[in-house]
Design a protein around this ligand. Structure first.
Ligand code: MN
Length: 478
C-alpha cells in the first residue's frame, strides 16, 4: 500500500520529526529518525489511514524531544495529537498497564487494559505494535539484559495482542524473533527440526501439490496453492501442550489453498478428501465457526497413499487477508464503514471480528470518562465465549454466550428489536426467554404496530448493547 509519492501532510511530518530528532542516535549508531521512519513504513504497509501514518512518524517526538503535544495539535490536528499522546502514555506496556489498574483493577484482559491506557483508540495499539516490531528487528544492538526483557514482554503481551487482532503475519514474526532471544538454544533446535522436516518432505509436497492442482483444474476451480512453514514459536507451544511428543504434531508442513469464494472452499475440501484419506476428528470448519479473533479457514489433515500426513488450509482471498493482516486489513477495507458503524450503531455483516473491537473501544471510552461499568456483565460480554448464530439468510452474528432472541434482534437493527413479536429458532416458534445456542438459525418476527416494552428489561435482554437501545426507545416513546 505504500505509495511512491507521499501526501504533503506526511512529507511535512517527516521533516518535522527529522528536525526534532536531529543529533539523536540509536544504539546501533544510526540516526534516530531511522526508527520513526521504519515504523511509518510498517503502518503504511499495513494500509493504515493517513493520521495513523503521521502519528507513527511523530510517535517518539513528545517523549524524546522538545516537541510538545500542543505543537503537534497545531501542526497536524487533533486526531494525530490524540494518537501520539496515546502512544506516549503507553510507554512500555507494563507501566501503561500499571496505570490502568486505577480504572480497571478487576480485569487482566490486556487488550482492554491497553485500550483504556491509550484513550480507547485501537490505532494507538497498531502504532505501538509497529514500534515494537521495529525494535525487535533491531534488537541485536541492545545489551543482553534489555534484549531479554523486551523479548519476554513481547511474548507475554504483544504477540498475544497481535493474535487477538488476527494479525497472523505480525504475530509470527514478533514471536519468533522474541523467542530467539528468550531461549536461543531451544529456538535453534526447533528451527533445525522444522528445516530438516521440510527438506525431507519436499518431494512428497511437490507430488501432492501436483495431484491436487490437477484435480482442482479438472473441476475448473481457480486457486492458488503454496506451502506454509510452521513458525518456531508455535511449534514450541504445541510441543509443550503435547508433552514434547513430536508424533502428535501433524501440521509441521501444510499446504494452503486460496480460492475465490466459500462454495469453492467446500468443493476443494471435498476434492482433497476424494484424493486422500482424511484423519478423523481433524476436519475443522472455521468458516462456519470462526475463531474468536475472526480467523476463518477450513482445515483438514489427510494421510496420503504413501502414508505421509499433511495438513491443508483452505480459504478465500478475503479470509487470507484477514488471517495475515487482521485488524489492519479491516481498517483498509472498512475504514469508511467503521466510522459509519460508530455513528449509526448499524451492524455490518462483514467482518464480524470488528464488532467486538468496537464494543471494547466503547467500553474503554466509558471507563476513561469515569463511568461505572458493571464488570460482571462486561466480563460476560467481552471475555466469555462467543456463540455464533445465523440469520435465515445465513449471515453469521456473534453474540456473548447467554444471549436471548432480543439481543440478536437489536444486533441486527434497533428498529427490528423495537418491533419484535416473536421468534423462530431453527424453524420452531420459541419463547423470547430461550437462550440462544451456538449454530442456531434465528428468525425474528416483527410487526409495525408493536413497540418496545419495559418488561423486556427484566428477563428478556442479556447484552448491554440491547439494553441501551431498548432504554433509549422507551424514553423516546414516553
Ligand atoms: Mn519508538
Amino acid at each position: 500500500m505504500s505509495k511512491a509519492r507521499k501526501s504533503p501532510r506526511i512529507e511535512k511530518a517527516i521533516q518535522f520529526a527529522t528536525a526534532a530528532h536531529e543529533g539523536q542516535f540509536r544504539r546501533s549508531g544510526d540516526p534516530y529518525i531511522s526508527h520513526p521512519l521504519a515504523v511509518m513504513k510498517i503502518v503504511e504497509d499495513w494500509g493504515m489511514d493517513e493520521d495513523t501514518i503521521i502519528a507513527a512518524v511523530l510517535h517518539d517526538t513528545v517523549e524524546d524531544t522538545s516537541v510538545t503535544l500542543q505543537d503537534i495539535k497545531e501542526q497536524f490536528g487533533e486526531q494525530v495529537a490524540f494518537l501520539v499522546d496515546g502512544v506516549t502514555k503507553l510507554g512500555t506496556a507494563r507501566s501503561g498497564m500499571r496505570d490502568i489498574d486505577t480504572y480497571l483493577p478487576q480485569t487482566r484482559d490486556n487488550l482492554l487494559r491497553l485500550l483504556v491506557a491509550t484513550g480507547s483508540d485501537i490505532r494507538v495499539l497498531i502504532i505501538k505494535l509497529a514500534d515494537r516490531l521495529h525494535n525487535l528487528r533491531t534488537l541485536s544492538a541492545l545489551p543482553p539484559d534489555k534484549q531479554k526483557k523486551i523479548a519476554k514482554e513481547t511474548l507475554e503481551v504483544f504477540a498475544p495482542l497481535a493474535d487477538r487482532l488476527n494479525m497472523g503475519r505480525l504475530r509470527v514474526e514478533m514471536a519468533d524473533i522474541a523467542f530467539s532471544y528468550v531461549n536461543p538454544k531451544r529456538y535453534h533446535e526447533l528451527a533445525d527440526i522444522i528445516e530438516k522436516y521440510n527438506l525431507s518432505a519436499e518431494k512428497t509436497m511437490q507430488k501432492i501439490q501436483k495431484e491436487v492442482s490437477e484435480a482442482l483444474g479438472r473441476e475448473k476451480i481457480k486457486f492458488q496453492i503454496s506451502g506454509r512453514v510452521k513458525s518456531v514459536y508455535s511449534l514450541h507451544k504445541k510441543l509443550a501442550k503435547h508433552n514434547q511428543n513430536m508424533g502428535e504434531i501433524y501440521d509441521l508442513t501444510a499446504l494452503r489453498i486460496i480460492v475465490n469464494d466459500i462454495t469453492d472452499c467446500y468443493l476443494t475440501l471435498g476434492i482433497i478428501h476424494s484424493l486422500y484419506m482424511p484423519m478423523s476428528g481433524r476436519i475443522k470448519d472455521y468458516i462456519a465457526m470462526p475463531k474468536q479473533n475472526g480467523y476463518q479457514s477450513l482445515h483438514t489433515t489427510v494421510i496420503t497413499k504413501d502414508k505421509k500426513i499433511i495438513e491443508f488450509q483452505i480459504r478465500t482471498h478475503e479470509m487470507h487477508e484477514y488471517a495475515e493482516r487482521g485488524l489492519a486489513a479491516s481498517f483498509y477495507y472498512n475504514e469508511q464503514k467503521l466510522t459509519e458503524n460508530y455513528k449509526t450503531g448499524k451492524i455490518q455483516h462483514l467482518p464480524t471480528n470488528l464488532l467486538w473491537i468496537t464494543e471494547l473501544q466503547e467500553t474503554a471510552a466509558k471507563l476513561r470518562a469515569g463511568k461505572k461499568i458493571d464488570i460482571k456483565k462486561l466480563r460476560l460480554n467481552l471475555f466469555a465465549d462467543k456463540i455464533f448464530v445465523y440469520t435465515p439468510k445465513g449471515d453469521i452474528i456473534d453474540l456473548p454466550k447467554g444471549s436471548l432472541p432480543l439481543d440478536f434482534a437489536y444486533r441486527l437493527h434497533s428498529e427490528i428489536g423495537e418491533h419484535v413479536t416473536g421468534v423462530k429458532i431453527n424453524g420452531k416458534m420459541s419463547s423470547l426467554n430461550t437462550k440462544l445456542q451456538h449454530g442456531d438459525i434465528v428468525e425474528i418476527l416483527t410487526s409495525k404496530n408493536r413497540t418496545a416494552r419495559e418488561s423486556w428489561l427484566l428477563d428478556k435482554i442479556f447484552t448491554p448493547h440491547a439494553r441501551q437501545k431498548l432504554r433509549a426507545q422507551l424514553s423516546r416513546n414516553k
